[in-house]
Design a protein around this ligand. Sequence first.
Ligand SMILES: [Zn+2]
Length: 319
Amino acid sequence: MADAFTGAVLDRAADGRRRDSDWIAAQMADPAARAVVAGTAGVRANGDALERVALPDAVAEADGADPPLLLGLDGEGPLFALDEDAPVEPGRRAPMIGAGGRRGEPAPEAPGRMALREAVGVLSRPEGGLLAYAAGLLNWHRTHRFCANCGAPTGHSEGGHVRSCARCRSEHHPRVDPVVIMLVTGEDRVLLGRQPVWPARRYSALAGFVGPGESLEEAVAREVAEEAGIETGRPRYLASQPWPFPASLMLGFVVPWTAGEPGGSDPELEDVRWFSREEVAEAARHDDQWTGEPAGPGPLMLPPRTAIARTLIDAWLSG
Ligand SMILES: [Zn+2]
């Protein structure tokens, strides 16, 4: 499922209804209101679907003080997201929603919860999209409890889509961090790199955050030059994917090599090199998981099929 975390089907009520506090209150009081419930241990889920908990039950069971966030309306009524954990004390770093165990595995002490890295391979496409939306919004609230302008505590408004500062009247909006991810292609080969923290033998497309004042095309060229010392031509946009770890939007490109040989000095990459079409095609025949960690030498391992990097690689393989 190369389009994981996309495909939520929901009326987000972003047309002005969300700014009407009476309308928000009516949604909360609606007997059909339900909530997607998530915390550090994961999101409440059953099989390939998220649980929808009746809103009053979800609020009563949650340990948290935070009000529910309105995700939008589906065919059954209003749908909210609720953080089931209490907020961390001020000054402490908040863990991510759905972080799971130490390495992102399911949290065994929290039955019925699914960690995000597990969910990405299990949930149906619309459910994965809904989870990306809920987790992105809940994570933003966890880490933006104070005004970035004056430091005062901020409160919810617009159903949780804005945090407002009563002291300086600033409004803060949920954050999405654009990341370019690009497959550099040349002469029937592709450029892939690996980070030392990844499972052995896994390589993936190069990626990096877009900087202020930078176009996507400029970000692609700069990142490839920094990470691989390679010059590239005009990038071609292929697809995007929300990646809620915690708030990225991956923007996928294919870009032709024009000059240079791999040899960057990026400390995050331990290797970057060309792979032939045969090597990549052979690797694509082996399916694998984020948590799979083969030991020792062996053939190349590609990113999991849930990642947009794999979409780029598969698109190149199929021409
Ligand atoms: Zn303020």
